[in-house]
Structures are given as structure tokens and as C-alpha cells.
Design a protein around this ligand. Structure first.
Ligand code: ATR
Length: 286
């Protein structure tokens, strides 16, 4: 998009999250905690933006005093298309989740890969030992971010299985031959020699169908990660812990992906602390 957008130098910086629907977003809790924690007189709101209104909303962002925003479903792809500038990561993932205005231009990036990898490295420092393959379940938007993170980290073989095989094959075309497609029905046996298993589907989430997978073939050094964070301990993570495997929950990705945006808009790189986690965990329990 071209044209000028005024950088806002308003005394109270604003940011927020936009989506449709937006009611259940936890981002205001996360950013609100940091604003209080660092004593910043700013605001972070959630705004329901209908798909047809996205371009208009973004065009008026700076004039409304917003430094930028998070973007969630269903706007992530269109937000990337509407931005004046985009990072290589956002282009590689094909979607944006973080926008900011700089010198009148709308910039887009995607911090989901960063959020996922930061949490993985924190919770499972040995996840990459042995250079073994990773098995990724699902081929939607979340899978794209995670594939990008794994490829940047140098994982040489990523086995990808998805209910709709064609969607997984499309990701090979996009990400290249480090990604090898298997059948959804093969998911149990493909775990065998893997070092990492990641569920990027919505299966196992409260209100969704369960994820039907067996860890019987898993080696004892498998790290198991689930991007679902409601419930916090999904049946997959519970099964992994019962087997003595390292289990990495989905909440950390949500918390860490928020860090770069906050820093852009409010000028301080915030910390993901136990206090913040406890706040969101309490909200998930409500
Ligand atoms: P997101 O952007 O959150 O990843 P998405 O693009 O809708 O959301 O992707 C959801 C993922 O969950 C997809 O991989 C989807 O599989 P399909 O591509 O076959 O639709 C997967 N998924 C959802 N419900 C599923 C189910 N009942 N069984 C297997 N996979 C399922």
C-alpha cells in the first residue's frame, strides 16, 4: 500500500490486537501486564475488525494514535499483503502477526516462529541433540511458522503429515526438500527415530476432537510439543510426561511471540516471567 501514514507522536502510545472474532484473545492480558510492570502510560486494546474493513482500519492506524498492532485470524495473510514493508520471515511464512508504523509506512513481521523456537529452546535445551528428524502434525498457518523456525534452526528433515495431504505437499513446494510428506495414517510409526514431535493442529483443544496418536514407538529422547494451550496440559503432553519425555506446552509460544511487538511499540523489551505465565494460566482456568 502506498500513501502517507503519519507517525504518531501522541503522548500515550496505543497498540492492540485485531481479529474477527477477537473476544477470546489473551494478548490484552499479556501486554497490559507489561505496561503495568514497566510503568508505561500506554494502552493495548482488542478491536473486532471485519474482514472487509481491514484495509481501512490499517490506513487509519497511525492517525488514531496507534504505533502498531497484533493481527490474528482471519487477517494474517491480508495484513502481510497490505503492508508497505515486510520482513523476510513474514514473507517466508506468508502471514503477518505484528505490524508497526515507521516513518509513515506500515511494516509487517511474523513473530510466531520466534515465539515457538524461544520457548522450545528454554524448555528443552537438548531438543536438537543427535540431529534427528522432526515430525510435524498439521499444515495450516501455525505449521508454516513452525516449519520456518525449524528450517532456520537447521533441522535437516521435517516429516509433515496432515489430514489433507495436498496441503502438506503445498508446503514442500514452499519450504523445499527439508520437508518430507507422509500420510496422516502413518503418524504413529513416523515418530520412531524422531527427536521432536509437534502438534500444530487444533486437535486436543477444549471443544475440538481429540488428537489420536500413540507414543508407543517414541524413543526416550523425544521432545513433545503442542501448540494447543487450552487445556494447558493436553492429552498429548500428558502422555509424553507419563512416558518420561520432555513436554513443551503451547502457552510459552503465545507469551514469547508477544515480546518483539511490545518492544517495537513501547520501547522496552519485556520479559516473559513466571508471574506473567501464572496470570495467563489463571485466566485459562476461568
Ligand atoms: P491454524 O492457522 O491455526 O494452523 P488452520 O489453517 O485451520 O489453522 O489449520 C488447522 C490444522 O488442523 C490443519 O492442519 C487441519 O487439517 P486439514 O488441513 O486437513 O484441514 C488440522 N485439523 C483440524 N481438524 C482436524 C481433524 N479433525 N483431523 C485432523 N486434522 C485436523
Amino acid at each position: 500500500m502506498t500513501g502517507s501514514r503519519d507517525d504518531s507522536s501522541a503522548a500515550v502510545p496505543r497498540a492492540g490486537v485485531i481479529g474477527w472474532p477477537i473476544k477470546h484473545s489473551r494478548s490484552p492480558l499479556i501486554h497490559g501486564h507489561w505496561l503495568r510492570r514497566y510503568g508505561i502510560a500506554g494502552s493495548y486494546e482488542k478491536v473486532a475488525v471485519e474482514p472487509g474493513d481491514l484495509a481501512g482500519f490499517l490506513a487509519g492506524l497511525a492517525a488514531a494514535g496507534w504505533r502498531g498492532c497484533n493481527v490474528t485470524v482471519p487477517h494474517k495473510e491480508q495484513a502481510l499483503a497490505l503492508a508497505d514493508e515486510a520482513t523476510d520471515t513474514a514473507r517466508a511464512i506468508g502471514a503477518a502477526n505484528t505490524l508497526w508504523v515507521e516513518r509513515g509506512r506500515l511494516h509487517a513481521t511474523n513473530t510466531d516462529a520466534y515465539g515457538f523456537m524461544t520457548h522450545l529452546r528454554t524448555e528443552a535445551p537438548g531438543w536438537q541433540e543427535g540431529g534427528r528428524p522432526a515430525l510435524v502434525l498439521g499444515a495450516g498457518g501455525a505449521a508454516r511458522a513452525i516449519l520456518q523456525g525449524l528450517i532456520e534452526a537447521g533441522v535437516r528433515e521435517i516429516r509433515l503429515v496432515n489430514r489433507s495431504r495436498g496441503r502438506a505437499e503445498a508446503l514442500v513446494a514452499h519450504f523445499g526438500r527439508a520437508v518430507v510428506v507422509g500420510d496422516w495414517a502413518e503418524r504413529d510409526s513416523l515418530i520412531g527415530d524422531c527427536g521432536l514431535l509437534i502438534n500444530t493442529t487444533s486437535l486436543g483443544m477444549t471443544g475440538q476432537a481429540p488428537l489420536d496418536i500413540s507414543l508407543a514407538a517414541a524413543g526416550d529422547r523425544l521432545t513433545v510439543s503442542d501448540i494447543v494451550y487450552a487445556p494447558l496440559e493436553t492429552p498429548l503432553l500428558k502422555a509424553a510426561r507419563q512416558k518420561g519425555l520432555v513436554a513443551v506446552d503451547g502457552l510459552g509460544m503465545l507469551l514469547h511471540q508477544a515480546v518483539p511487538g511490545f518492544e517495537r511499540w513501547f520501547g522496552i523489551r519485556p520479559e516473559v516471567t513466571r508471574e506473567l505465565r501464572a496470570l495467563i494460566e489463571a485466566d485459562l482456568r476461568d
